[in-house]
Ligand binder design. Structure first.
Ligand code: ATP
Length: 314
């Protein structure tokens, strides 16, 4: 089973409007509400791939209940730590080809919640063969919290796939408790290593992926949007190119890419298959309007078009 961790889930609300008028009333007829948060997109990607998955993290209040109902509808197993604090709403106003977002920061939790969740997580570890950790932390959680989750998983040799950014990612890179895999996009990696990356230049990508901060990470996958990905798996480098596709909504593509990586590691697939699977999942998400949704009927068609080239780095 793959365990997915979403520490700050949300109800994602989308309001499509022909015109968004500031300082006036905007009436919306087609409201869409889904269980959101990066880790829940990962969860759905794994579920679509037919692999057992359990979603965990922290939820609370009526928003938390709504998240559980949505997961029930999708037949997704979950085991959250439930607090008294209301989970957040994230609103996307879709107007005139633009997306204006209003994101609540979510509940403020404290050291009690940290210790209770750590215990909750510890109890789930015996069921997990692979763990994914995605997104931000609730307010009040220490910045090294993911390091603590990784340390516990590493004790049982459960590989952790981490998709985070900024200080939370940096903490894990400087800690002795490393994740097995990270999947930064170009901007997230640039921010960490303080270096510009040219996605079309292999020398620039090799230099970035060999930054000392990344030394002890077994698998590093830099996702590059329409440019595919560049990876270092153990000591080998891989350039992954993808076909041109009809992009409808690329939001969440990175999350669904992570689901492909997790499934492959769970299934002991080769690195080449893993990279092809991950890219295919990302593309399938980008071709749909709904975030974190893929049409698996198109899987084989796009999988065949992903090219993985092993690079001999100079
Ligand atoms: P997000 O934060 O929205 O989840 P991300 O920035 O982490 O995404 P990206 O690098 O944008 O991740 O996308 C992940 C993968 O999804 C890409 O490697 C690619 O396979 C696919 N993808 C994303 N955007 C596009 C696009 N415009 N065209 C083709 N494929 C795309």
């Amino acid at each position: 089973m793959i365990l997915t961790i979403t520490m700050n889930p949300s109800v994602d609300i989308s309001y499509p409007l022909n015109k968004f008028v500031i300082n006036d009333i905007n009436r919306v007829s087609e409201v869409k509400k889904t269980a959101g948060g990066k880790g829940l997109n990962v969860t759905r990607g794994i579920k679509y791939s037919g692999i057992p998955v359990l979603a965990s993290g922290i939820i609370g209040g009526t928003t938390g209940e709504y998240i559980q109902k949505q997961l029930d509808k999708d037949n997704i197993n979950y085991n959250f730590y439930i607090t008294q604090h209301e989970s957040r709403n994230c609103i996307a106003i879709l107007h005139e080809g633009n997306q204006t977002e209003i994101l609540e920061s979510g509940p403020v939790l404290d050291s009690y919640d940290v210790s209770v969740f750590l215990e909750h997580y510890q109890n789930l570890l015996s069921q997990a063969q692979v763990i994914t950790i995605s997104g931000s932390l609730p307010q009040g959680f220490p910045v090294d919290f993911y390091t603590q989750l990784i340390e516990k998983a590493n004790k049982y040799q459960i590989p952790v796939l981490l998709d985070s950014s900024g200080k939370m990612l940096l903490e894990t890179l400087v800690s002795k408790n490393k994740p097995f895999l990270i999947k930064p996009n170009k901007d997230e990696l640039q921010q960490i290593i303080q270096m510009d990356i040219d996605p079309n230049d292999v020398t620039s990508l090799v230099k970035a992926i060999n930054h000392p901060l990344l030394n002890d990470i077994a698998f590093i996958i830099i996702s590059l949007g329409k440019n595919g990905a560049f990876a270092r798996c153990h000591h080998n480098y891989y350039q992954v190119s993808i076909p041109k596709i009809n992009v409808v909504n690329p939001v969440g593509s990175g999350d669904v890419t992570l689901s492909g990586l997790a499934v492959s590691i769970h299934e002991n697939e080769t690195v080449e298959v893993m990279l092809k699977r991950a890219m295919t999942m990302g593309m399938l998400n980008a071709m749909e309007s709904q975030t974190g949704f893929v049409n698996m009927g198109n899987y084989d068609k796009y999988y065949q078009q992903v090219k993985v080239t092993k690079i001999i780095a100079k």
